[in-house]
Design a binder for this molecule. Sequence first.
Ligand code: NAD
Length: 237
Amino acid sequence: MIAGAGGIGLACATAFAYVGARIAIFDANPEKLRAASGSLTSECYLREVDLAVPEQVKTAVDAVEDEFGGLDVVLHAVGINIRKPSLQLEPDEWLKVLKVNLDSAFWLAQAAGRHMVPRRSGRIILVSSVSSQLAHPDHAPYAATKAGLNQMMRVMAREWANDGVTLNAIAPGYIETELTIGYLEKEENRQRLTSLVPMGRLGVPQELTGPVLFLASPHSSFITGQVLYIDGGRTLV
Ligand SMILES: NC(=O)c1ccc[n+]([C@@H]2O[C@H](COP(=O)([O-])OP(=O)(O)OC[C@H]3O[C@@H](n4cnc5c(N)ncnc54)[C@H](O)[C@@H]3O)[C@@H](O)[C@H]2O)c1
């Protein structure tokens, strides 16, 4: 089950479909869901869900659990960013980023965990960010959600470690998707960000799919509570 039909969510859905997984995708934007169904070759379960609303998340996760007869893997790939200096942020903007990025991850992991823990099996993967570690200006709420997500994931991973359920996060550097495209359209932004990456380039969504498949697979059975940075070396500098 994949929450988020954006650039990263859809790339991961395509990779899961390629290895033969049955897929459900949640997103608040019906156009994103339509585009996902058009680009995936295998049939998948699509549902419009506002992940920031706990009741909607629970109902949707329970429905997929019933439909599929069990959830094996859950990927949280939902997020927004409001780039503003801290002095200018309004209360509703702060809260919106927290709800969409962090609250949604908690409600999704909790709803999935309520099925996975009793069954003693499951993989939960969250998409964090290099912003969980780096202090990018104008990123206060976004960075707070990603650092919070890492620590929330570690607590849940510890709670469920003896129940056959693992939780891990991937933390990408700048990847070109709708989330970043507006910012990257300015050539000076693109050049500055690229110059900070030791590999000398930004990433593409497909570079995240291998690590996600690995964390969803039996090859990662003894890994839980970890954050895997996928950033071309960005967090080395
Ligand atoms: N693109 C990057 O550079 C980058 C880097 C690090 C981390 N991330 C993280 O990766 C994840 C996916 O981002 P992306 O780059 O694919 O962005 P994206 O904008 O392409 O996709 C985000 C998706 O989330 C959906 N969404 C937003 N609010 C929602 C809500 N309340 N309920 C349900 N769906 C909602 C949007 O409709 C969209 O389809 C996010 O958590 C983001 O923070 C992205």
